[in-house]
Design a protein around this ligand. Structure first.
Ligand code: SAM
Length: 209
């Protein structure tokens, strides 16, 4: 996606306390630990398999804590930890039920310290159905080109497009628009809301407590 670098100023603590939502195998936390090895990290996922893989991956680091929890349920019950420097999430929150999102963001705000950051890199839907369709087809086309050029696999556009639609249904993807998420973040009480980066259907939004 984008290069992971940090401003050289003292903006971010040397020992940040972070919460990674929908952590999967823990790649986001691993990236943060590379930049800030003394971080205290709490990771949440609801998949037994991901929890097991993460526990194995970070077992040597006593500052990493893995929690099994469904993000459709209140995260305030998942951990008594508070005053996080940052709550991060990558490609996970578009799975959360629409009606649960403002509540989740409110709880995220509650467990952040003042000025703490909620950073969400995710999949988003375009507002216009036509542009959304065009964007989807362009994405399918570019995956097909990469498969052909890098792996020598050739598939027809229509066949592969159908597979992608079925895959998204199976994964229960429910991306909202960037504007919906920004609005929900404001409804949850965040002071500032910004979009840091966007390319096609992917974007990184940040909200400041
Ligand atoms: C596409 S993976 C992303 C993993 C990781 N954040 C990354 O960027 O590599 C999405 C993750 O979100 C988790 N997830 C989806 N819905 C969830 C929910 N309701 N509660 C907790 N975790 C969830 C899945 O189990 C999966 O590990």
């Amino acid at each position: 996606m984008i290069p992971l670098t940090l401003p050289s100023s003292g903006y971010i603590s040397e020992e940040p306390k972070i919460l990674d939502l929908g952590c999967g195998y823990g790649d986001v936390t691993a990236g943060i630990l590379e930049l800030k090895p003394n971080s205290y990290a709490y990771l949440i996922d609801f998949s037994d398999e991901m929890i097991r893989l993460c526990r194995d991956r970070f077992e040597k680091n006593p500052n990493v804590h893995i929690i099994k929890h469904n993000l459709n349920e209140d995260i305030l019950a998942a951990t008594s930890e508070r005053k996080f420097d940052s709550v991060v999430s990558c490609f996970a929150l578009h799975h959360i039920a629409f009606e649960k999102r403002v509540g989740l963001y409110s709880s995220i705000r509650e467990i952040l310290k003042t000025d703490g950051l909620f950073i969400n890199g995710d999949l988003f839907r375009c507002e216009s159905p036509d542009i959304n369709q065009w964007e989807f087809d362009t994405r399918v086309e570019s995956i097909l080109c990469r498969m052909r050029d890098k792996m020598g696999i050739v598939k027809s556009f229509d066949e592969f497009r159908k597979t992608r639609i079925e895959h998204e249904k199976r994964m229960d993807d429910k991306p909202g628009t960037i504007w919906e998420m920004q609005n929900d973040m404001r409804r949850a009480g965040f002071r500032y809301v910004d979009c840091l980066w966007k390319s096609r259907s992917c974007a990184i939004l940040v909200a400041v407590k």
